[in-house]
Design a protein around this ligand. Sequence first.
Ligand code: TRP
Length: 448
Amino acid sequence: MLPHPVVSGAPREQWSSRAGFVLAAVGSAVGLGNMWRFPYLTAEHGGAAFVILYVGVTLAVGLPVLLAELAIGRGAQQSPVRALVHYGGRRWRPLGLVFVAAGFLILSYYSVIAGWALRYTGIALAGGFDAGIAERFAEISEGWDAFGFHLAIMAMTVGIVAGGVRAGIERTALVLMPTLFVLVCGLAVYAATLEGGAPGYEYYLSTDFGDLWSRDVLTQAAGQTFFSLSLGMGAMLTYGSYLGRDNHLPNEALLIAGADLAVAVIAGLVVFPLIFALGLAGAVGESTVGALFITLPQAFAGMGGVGRAVGAVFFAVLVVAALTSAISLLEVVVASAMDGLGWTRRRAALGLGGAIALLGVPPAFHIGVLDLMDKLANNVLLLGGGLALAVFAGWVMADPVAEVRVGAGGVRWFFLWRTLLRFAVPALLLFVLADAVPKTLTAVAAFF
Ligand code: TRP
């Protein structure tokens, strides 16, 4: 074991309220993944049938791992590296370090995408989108523009995280998350009033079970669950480490997963009617994040003056969703430096946030690199991290159920949770990884 750092002796920070914690965790979960990838996957793979599969995968795999992360974090009262060592011994230190590295990697490109959204909010406010948005996107998605807006997002993220758990992260979530929820619902209601939007709902949710029985769809559903719930790299673990002993963790996990799913489903109710009302249905079949930044603005462009306002609200929502997720990614890195190296929060936030900003150079200047980093994170790091966490909580920890019982009392189905972690989660993740890892490595090789 490392000698315990002789830090300030200040007690560990804690959330000030249950609502503060839940909103911060929902803020981490709700992000770019909800606003585009979920609606897109759903529309592509069988509509409502995919939603059912997704809910199934979330219940069987996502929720157990989420609960495990919260329980490990709260039990150890430490950031990921030390929490794993606390329960599993020094052998588990490398896994914690992989988590920190994943935080570096994901944030460095995630913030570039958030930067595009920030830029688009400005464009919408300044006069709206026009027909040339595809060329415009090509210009601003790579190069100095992209890098500059990435820096702006990183500066905000660093500022919030440097403020601390309560004054920074929790306060931001308390203001931004309810706002975001109201705005997304408002957009969905507005979209429902559009003439010609009805086929959009049909495209989104028309049920086709035939599409479901492929390994690829399962892989995508599992990857989406992990990404959307911020699992597999210690983000929820870190947020859990600021909890006291009276939270009912299974209830918190259900609430977080439920809110995340709700926003994802509603986002689809915004996106597709808009696109179909403007007759742009043909332009949807594009899987990259670029579609969000081309097809949808085309819809806004076709809406005249209203499009300006609706577009500004939509992209502002995207920025807010991304920002509260970025915070959780940076917090993993910052908390690890504070706990492990004895750094102050300010120093860790500024120094490591700065390093991540620099790591954003490759994805900001080359969209192909961004795409590759996303694949690597999604298909390898998060799923692999989730597998390792399930094995850790299921097989290595002496009594994981005891940690969950704190604040929750004896619930009979806890044994089911452990059984899922031991068998079902690893089995499903191995099945999925065996498919996803070679594919991702081929994509990496093809790039070079
Ligand atoms: N969940 C966020 C989204 O849906 C992204 C995110 C934030 C994340 N923190 C994470 C993903 C940690 C994986 C791990 O956009």
